[in-house]
Design a protein around this ligand. Structure first.
Ligand SMILES: [Zn+2]
Ligand SMILES: [Zn+2]
Length: 554
């Protein structure tokens, strides 16, 4: 080793002395412990690397011998391992603003891990959810992937059977209700800011529940199973808890490196990681040898991984692991801009995301007045742009009358193409179509083109510097939000609109208390189909817009 390093790399006098003193011994120890990447990225460095500061010389010189070619180990970065003091400091903070690094690992202490994971042994899962129907992905050899439907108990039996031979890789998803006892149990072990759908989480403003996005989702992974970041989640803070029994390996790419790496992998591998997930996996060595900056770490049982917005990741379990994951978005510039930028990339890629982000940004603008003014103005200008695009799509259809207002704020997606519905939609035979799908429709019934928000009112709202809760716009949100309008008020509003044909807003009970809305109340929101169809007069609509502005100033 010493000869190789001396022949191939420039050494200072002190480096030469270190090498001759015990270079070979250090090299052997690192090799024995699994190689430099593994040794360096763990939570605590071994004493033999700390003494005499061996890390630097290993990173820049000795590592090249390990790989038998000149490599740059400065590309390897570690996650931030939270210390117990740090965890105590952040425990009661109610937003994720404490983060400064891209990747965090929070370890639940060993004694607590046993209590945390007690509901999550295979036996327990079989007992509680054995009858649940699931889709199982199994891989026997590479490229031989099958997807089968079965009961959860059948999968558990298959895993137990395979455990002595380790031949088949399994993967499945289990979706539980957000109030399931397993989810409640996990929440007790989490710092407040990490719990799903809490205060200061943008995703609390979602009107629908999407497992793995705003509701924790469980996964069973068995034997060499790996997965990459789902592409519509990269823009959020991704949170993943390992419930054991075995550990998972993680490789992550920082946000600022994604664009470059994406291009590089298109060149070397002809694979676009933002389009084709689940088809490409490489070990950490690959990234080092190809000069790609990355982080590597092992997530043990009881470890919580927190990835900042924009971080890309691959995870691999070698044995059996049960993981629970969900997302969050902080109310700050980085988070909100990452969401919007990501959606623009998706637009270019023609990828339809599961997140109704236009409605989400609108709800944030209505309720989060205390955000930085420049950021709010940026969000407002993005909303203006969405409105502009919607109106352009409407113009293409060349219809004489303006769309009928129909309160359908819970209708978020086109039935046909799954695109997000923002303002306009076409309603026919229980279907809601977007304007893009409507272009292909032969007979358009003008009466069926509707608007979820009166776009004139929407303009007033976005144009105003200080927006606040309004019955015209607020919805039923799934998490803890600043919205003060309650479901029954919205129902009252609807009945008033229905009977008299115009809105008469009574004084709102805006006592500033956050109202936590119960889940699955969508049926309350759906009962608006009997709205007076004659109410499509434009003047009246604008009049109503002014009414609500007056109301707001009270
Ligand atoms: Zn569509
Ligand atoms: Zn509100």
């Amino acid at each position: 080793m010493i000869k190789y390093v001396q022949d191939n790399l420039q050494l200072t006098l002190s480096e030469k002395q270190m090498l001759y003193k015990n270079g070979q011994i250090i090299f052997e120890k690192v090799k024995q412990d699994g190689g430099f990447i593994k040794v360096y990225c763990q939570k605590e460095l071994p004493q033999y690397l700390i003494e005499d500061n061996w890390v630097d010389i290993y990173k820049t010189k000795i590592i090249s011998y390990e790989y038998n070619q000149i490599v740059n180990a400065l590309l390897i970065q570690k996650p931030h391992y939270c210390s117990s003091t740090e965890i105590l400091d952040i425990w009661n903070l109610d937003s994720l603003v404490w983060r400064t690094s891209q990747v965090y690992i929070i370890s639940v202490p060993c004694e607590m891990t046993e209590i945390l994971t007690m509901n999550f042994t295979l036996q327990q899962i079989k007992q509680n959810h054995g009858m649940t129907k699931i889709e199982v992905e199994s891989i026997i050899e590479e490229n031989n992937k099958t997807i089968q439907e079965m009961q959860l108990s059948q999968l558990i039996e298959k895993i137990i059977e395979d455990q002595s031979s380790n031949k088949i890789s399994y993967f499945t998803i289990i979706n539980l209700h957000k109030k399931a006892k397993e989810i409640k149990h996990i929440k007790n072990f989490l710092p407040q800011s990490i719990r799903p759908q809490g205060n200061n989480d943008v995703l609390s403003y979602m009107r629908n529940e999407i497992p793995s996005i705003n509701v924790p989702q469980f996964e069973i992974r068995y034997f060499n199973n790996w997965k990459s970041s789902p592409k519509d989640q990269i823009c959020f803070t991704q949170i993943n808890l390992n419930l054991g029994p075995d550990s998972c390996l993680w490789i992550t790419i920082d946000k600022e490196n994604i664009t470059e790496i994406r291009q590089k992998l298109i060149q070397i591998e002809h694979i676009d990681i933002l389009i084709e997930d689940k088809i490409w996996f490489k070990d950490a060595d690959y990234f080092l040898l190809n000069n790609i900056p990355f982080r590597y770490f092992v997530q043990n049982k009881g470890d919580l991984v927190v990835l900042s917005p924009g971080t890309y990741s691959w995870q691999k379990c070698e044995g059996l692991s049960i993981n629970c994951s969900w997302n969050q978005a902080t109310l700050d510039e980085n988070s909100l801009k990452t969401i919007i930028d990501q959606q623009k990339i998706f637009n270019q890629l023609n990828f339809i995301s599961r997140i109704p982000f236009k409605n989400l940004i609108l709800d944030v603008v209505i309720h989060e007045n205390s955000l930085d003014q420049t950021l709010l103005n940026y969000l407002r200008s993005e909303l203006q742009q969405f409105i502009f695009e919607e109106n352009q799509n409407l113009q293409v259809l060349d219809q004489k009358n303006s769309p009928v207002f129909q309160e359908k704020r819970d209708k978020l997606f086109c039935t046909k193409c799954k695109r997000e519905l923002f303002i306009y939609f076409y309603e026919e035979d229980q279907k809601c179509l977007c304007l893009i799908c409507l272009k292909e429709q032969v007979n358009i019934n003008n009466q069926n083109i509707k608007q979820k928000y009166r776009f004139q009112c929407l303009n007033f709202l976005i144009g105003s510097q200080l927006s606040c809760c309004n019955i015209e716009f607020c919805s039923n949100y799934t998490g803890k939000t600043k919205c003060t309008i309650k479901v029954d008020e919205q129902q009252n509003y609807k009945s008033k609109v229905n009977k008299k044909g115009f809105i008469k807003i009574s004084s709102e009970n805006n006592n500033g208390k956050n109202k936590i809305l119960e889940p699955f109340t969508q049926n309350v929101m759906e009962s608006s189909e009997d709205e007076n169809p004659k109410r499509k007069n434009k003047k009246q609509d604008i009049y109503k817009g002014q009414q609500f502005l007056k109301q707001k100033k009270l």
